[in-house]
Design a protein around this ligand. Structure first.
Ligand SMILES: *Cc1c(COP(=O)(O)O)cnc(C)c1O
Length: 373
């Protein structure tokens, strides 16, 4: 049996008539920039997330960048984020001219540690950028007093957590000033190319982001601010509208797969299964990340791949040890939990179309590998 990391081809086959029709409509109209498809997707996504405003942009990275900028972040400011995030989070901060300040993660959830955030705050701190890593929310209630006391903006990185909620039915993307979503093809909601969106309940902020993304203005030649070209592509919006109708079911399927992995792997020695935090109401399992404290992770990874399991690693290097952050001068030992996670984590295949038989095969293969080593 072969189990891929994700199966986008199968997803397309299932939705082919709807998607082909939506793409065909855009082509017939030849109205390729903004227009009704983008507006209606924005409205539908706002309703899915439970946010008042949605602004489509070109990517998740741009959603972060433009949200920070619209929140007034710029050069001289500091923005605190997680040391164990995807590099794009940090790049987005750098794009504003602000300085990224990293904080370590919690050792069990891998989410940014509110105590580490507290120690990272300075008089220059302007915003916090919590990453709802792997599909579950950061402990925002513990960050709230810090945010309040220091008057900080909060831009959530929701690239992994479309549909995730914090206790009390509070959706990711509505927990701060703005929520930045990615529609990179493999995300829980993925386009057929790049795409992203910002959610917010602040109408003025939404308007600023829309101007930033549309070359600095909304009317044809009337430029009010220095802008960027970052619109959600019309074809992608049409495709995303089709796919959004299935996102609830897809998340449900991910949740069931995660439960099946938990049941199948609970008794394996030297294997730590992902923790659902007490503040999490709904983990949407963008990634199912286990931890191998007493094995060589890379050897287990290649053994899995040799046997047909498309496992991965998220992420194999914390941001402070990567070249774009070299100037920060943060060496090994700066963020022990993030560093340890990067050496021990292993991502098992989880995607909406994975079958029970495939899930069982992955679990059994991992068990065999670990028990014979
Ligand atoms: C994918 C991702 C991004 C960037 O999204 P793009 O759409 O690829 O620009 C940002 N943060 C995290 C955590 C991601 O996984």
């Amino acid at each position: 049996m072969d189990v891929p990391f994700a199966d986008l081809r199968q997803q397309y086959q299932t939705l082919k008539p709807e998607i082909d029709a939506a793409v065909g409509d855009v082509m017939r109209r030849c109205n390729f920039i903004l227009g009704e498809d983008v507006t209606s997707f924005e409205r539908e996504f706002a309703s899915f997330v439970g946010a008042e405003h949605v602004v489509g942009v070109n990517s998740g990275t741009d959603a972060l960048h433009l949200s920070l900028r619209a929140a007034g972040v710029g050069s001289g400011d500091e923005v605190i984020t997680a040391a164990n995030t995807f590099m794009a989070t940090v790049e987005a901060i750098m794009m504003t001219g602000a300085t990224p300040v990293l904080a370590d993660c919690q050792p069990d959830t891998f989410l940014i540690d509110p105590d580490a955030v507290a120690s990272a705050i300075t008089t220059r701190t302007k915003a916090i950028l919590p990453v709802h890593l792997y599909g579950q929310p950061v402990d925002m209630d513990r960050l709230a007093p810090l945010i309040e006391a220091n008057g900080l903006a909060v831009v959530e990185d929701v690239a992994h957590a479309h549909g995730g909620t914090l206790n009390g039915n509070r959706p990711c993307g509505t927990l701060g000033t703005a929520g930045a979503f990615s529609f990179y093809p493999s995300k829980n909601l993925g386009a057929f190319g790049d795409g992203g969106a910002v959610t917010t309940n602040d109408a003025a902020l939404a308007e600023r982001i829309r101007k930033f993304g549309n070359l600095g203005g909304l009317a044809d030649c009337d430029r009010e601010v220095r802008g960027f070209n970052s619109r959600l592509d019309t074809m992608q919006a049409a495709i995303l509208s089709v796919k959004l109708r299935h996102l609830g079911d897809w998340n449900e399927s991910r949740i069931q797969t995660a439960a099946r992995y938990h049941a199948a792997l609970a008794d394996v020695d030297d294997l730590i299964l992902p923790v659902v935090a007490p503040w999490t109401e709904r983990h949407v399992w963008h990634l199912f990340v286990v931890r191998l404290p007493n094995h060589d992770r890379d050897e287990v990874l290649s053994a899995l791949r040799d046997r047909g399991v498309g496992a991965g690693v998220h992420y194999s290097m914390p941001v402070h040890l990567q070249l774009p952050c070299e100037h920060m001068g943060l060496g090994l030992g700066s963020f022990p939990h993030a560093e340890r996670a990067s050496a021990e984590v292993l991502t098992l295949p989880i995607f909406p179309e994975i079958t029970e038989a495939q899930t069982d095969f992955v679990a059994q293969t991992l068990r065999d590998i670990l028990e014979t080593r």
